[in-house]
Design a protein around this ligand. Structure first.
Ligand code: ZN
Ligand code: ZN
Length: 694
């Protein structure tokens, strides 16, 4: 499952596709090797003078028991050997984290897990179900739209898609007809068969069928090619697939979009049809309910409803923050400043615009220039900074430091600009202006573990504060790493030790580190169960050397410090977008832009209402003395998700206030009691500081 998760967190579907393509190559190479080994063994067995007898092999089941099977037995045969019921319900074999088609041979000694229709929440089981559903979709579309060309149809998080090149454009309302055709296929029932053929034969076959996209895929594939056929439809595919369509108990098409062939805007734009499928109708219903809830919580919608921010094409991907949005922003800034101070960070402020010389030295000019906004001036070229690191390192390098100054923790939340493609922009979660809660920690080799520990502790503190479930992933040396293996052994061990010392569960992503050092990515799961990649903690031994950061060690020699890049919220823009959806706009009291609204019943109560507001300071209190009815004003406060509404009329006084909590609970409290209650609702007050984990 590690592999699947990692795909999802990488976010873009294009990256997922690339990873899948790599997996195909990987699997084919693996299988080619295995087949070769079996063949040479067969030859040995059949060698003259040797008795020919059927060989047996073993596989290890999840309970630790071994299962004897004839050599070369498939996953399906293993399932049959365990029991006919299991064989009927089987959908997939999983071994060492990799998934495999039931029709493929198992390897002697390998641990296997057979997934069945009862594994209805397992992402791998769902992926094979959904990918098989994508093939049914392609079959239906080809029948309904003669002349259509088919491209690719992978499973994705929560569903699948298939890309088509339609002779005439289709529209949302056409989906109904296509969905009905797939349901007809399901009622009829489909069986999948799998064949392996030579690339040449596959090419001839798809050329004959006038499927240019498939021909291109054949030409760029490596190793043997496999085909899956159901009904009269054959697709080029590495699998795995279901044996038949019986497990697909719920199918729905969910949308239509444009998508460039192979994700490249220079290629033709195809039509992408999205859908989803489940093992039960109940699961589909629950999924649709979650989607509806997510739609209601969409931060772009709530941003307007709650008057937090808006976006305008006058500056694409750059939000205009309204006063209420700025209250949330500044609350997060307060948390950042306060925690930074408590944890030994120092605030710095570095320029926004730099000569290209800096970017050449840092390596960004070569690797990141297309995402940078450039400003030519005379014979110089400047760039608005897309990240803080080079500036912080330039500042560090402005003088020769002493080891006594280390660790030196520079913090800065400067606005960064990245030239994201206009088409990729999305609300607050994909923007061109990025304000990170950024810091760079300059430290010695010996200090790495403690500093990483400190970052992890800080991250855990923040995620707990916002009631988000944190998940940590450690990524280790990639193929294109810089530095020696000994160096990587040391740095990876330091990160691992810090994770273990802070008692954090983490997932290992071998080979996924940056070329300059290992990293820990921080993910959060929100109240709807969705996972978001947030901050990152990265160790870097390369950039400080490129920019010339030096310190004088205790040994009287000059050394290059290590730098830990870390952002824990990630970007404030994105974090506020995610928080808005996480809370559904009902921000906790301490973040809520308006904490208390007072509704004076009549004209004669206005003065008392304003007087009460003043006495509730420093809380954020508003008086709604508009001409609306009391009922309407109370409803407005509900719609704006304000934590407390106080209705003030003839019966009210300091001794007795009529208080309505968000959600409807009502009570009567004295002013003193109410103030006492509000005081407990901020996560920190004087004297209630959370303690730092030692
Ligand atoms: Zn397929
Ligand atoms: Zn950095």
């Amino acid at each position: 499952m590690q592999v699947e998760r990692r795909r999802v967190t990488l976010g873009s579907e294009l990256v997922q596709e690339l990873r899948r393509a790599l997996d195909v190559v990987e699997e084919q190479r693996h299988r080619a090797g295995r087949l070769l080994c079996r063949r040479s063994r067969d030859r040995a067995t059949n060698a003259p003078g040797k008795a020919a007898y059927p060989e047996v092999m073993k596989v290890v089941l999840p309970d630790g028991n071994e299962l004897d099977l004839p050599d070369g037995a498939t996953g399906l045969e293993a399932a049959r050997a365990i029991g006919p019921k299991l064989a009927e319900q089987a959908v997939l074999v999983r071994s060492n984290g990799h998934v495999r088609d039931l029709r493929l041979p198992l390897t002697d000694g390998e641990p296997i897990q057979i997934l069945t229709t009862r594994d209805r929440d397992d992402p791998d089981a769902l992926a094979v179900l959904r990918h098989s559903s994508a093939h049914l979709l392609a079959e239906a579309v080809r029948r309904l739209y003669p002349g259509v060309k088919i491209a690719i149809g992978p499973p994705i998080e929560n569903g699948f898609y298939y890309d088509f090149d339609f002779p005439e454009p289709i529209h949302e309302h056409d989906l109904e007809r296509i969905e009905a055709e797939v349901k007809r296929e399901l009622a009829e029932g489909r069986e999948w068969t799998r064949d392996e053929i030579a690339a040449e034969d596959a090419r001839v076959r798809f050329e004959g069928g006038d499927e240019p996209y498939k021909v291109e895929l054949v030409d760029t594939a490596e190793g043997p090619i496999s085909l899956y056929t159901q009904g009269d439809f054959t697709d080029l595919c590495r699998g795995p697939h279901l044996l038949n369509s019986k497990p697909i108990k719920a199918f729905k098409l969910t949308g239509l979009a444009g998508a460039y062939w192979r994700g490249d805007e220079h290629n033709k734009q195809l039509t992408r049809i999205y859908g989803t499928a489940f093992f039960t109708q109940d699961d589909l219903d629950a999924h649709l309910e979650r989607l509806e809830e997510a739609r209601k919580r969409d931060h772009r919608r709530l941003g307007v409803q709650l008057d937090l921010f808006h976006l305008d094409d006058i500056s694409p991907g750059s939000p205009f923050w309204h006063p209420k949005g700025m209250v949330i922003w500044n609350t997060l800034e307060d948390v950042r400043r306060r925690e930074n101070a408590r944890r030994g960070y120092v605030e710095v402020r570095t320029p926004l615009i730099y000569d290209r010389l800096l970017w050449e030295k840092s390596g960004h000019w070569e690797k990141f220039r297309e995402h940078m906004f450039l400003i030519p001036e005379g014979d110089r070229t400047y760039s608005i900074k897309p990240m803080n690191c080079p500036g912080h390192m330039w500042l560090f390098a402005s003088t020769l430091r002493s080891y006594r100054e280390l660790p030196l923790r520079y913090a800065e939340a400067a606005p960064l600009h990245r030239n994201e493609l206009a088409g990729a922009l999305h609300g607050l979660t994909r923007v061109r202006i990025v304000t990170q809660d950024d810091a760079h920690i300059f430290c010695t080799r010996e200090q790495i573990e403690d500093e990483i520990f400190g970052c992890l502790d800080y991250a855990k503190y923040l995620y707990d504060l916002f009631e988000l479930q944190a998940r940590f992933e450690l990524s280790t040396r990639p193929d294109n790493k810089l530095g020696t293996d000994e160096e990587w052994d040391f740095t990876e061990a330091a990160l691992q030790a810090a994770l273990e010392r802070r008692a954090l569960q983490y997932q290992l992503n071998p080979g996924d580190g940056a070329f300059y050092g290992p990293k820990i990515d921080l993910h959060m799961t929100d109240s709807l169960g969705r996972s978001w990649q947030m901050g990152t903690i990265q160790l870097d031994s390369q950039q400080p050397a490129r920019i010339g950061c030096r310190f004088m060690g205790a040994d009287n020699e000059e050394h290059t410090p290590y730098v830990i890049h870390r952002a824990l919220f990630g970007s404030l823009e994105r974090f506020i977008g995610i928080l808005t959806e996480h809370y559904g706009g009902a921000f906790p009291f301490w973040i809520a832009p308006v904490q208390v609204r007072i509704v004076p019943v009549g004209e004669s109560h206005r003065e008392a209402a304003y007087d009460l507001a003043a006495r509730l300071a420093p809380h954020r209190v508003e008086v709604d003395d508009s001409d609306e009815t009391v009922g309407k004003r109370i409803r407005n406060a509900e719609v704006e998700k304000i934590p407390f509404t106080v209705v003030y009329g003839d019966a009210e006084s300091d001794e007795s206030l009529a208080i309505r909590e968000r959600g409807g609970a009502q009570s009567s409290k004295s002013l003193v009691e109410f103030r006492g209650q509000l005081a407990t609702l901020s996560p920190w007050q004087v004297g209630a500081e959370p303690s730092l984990t030692p």
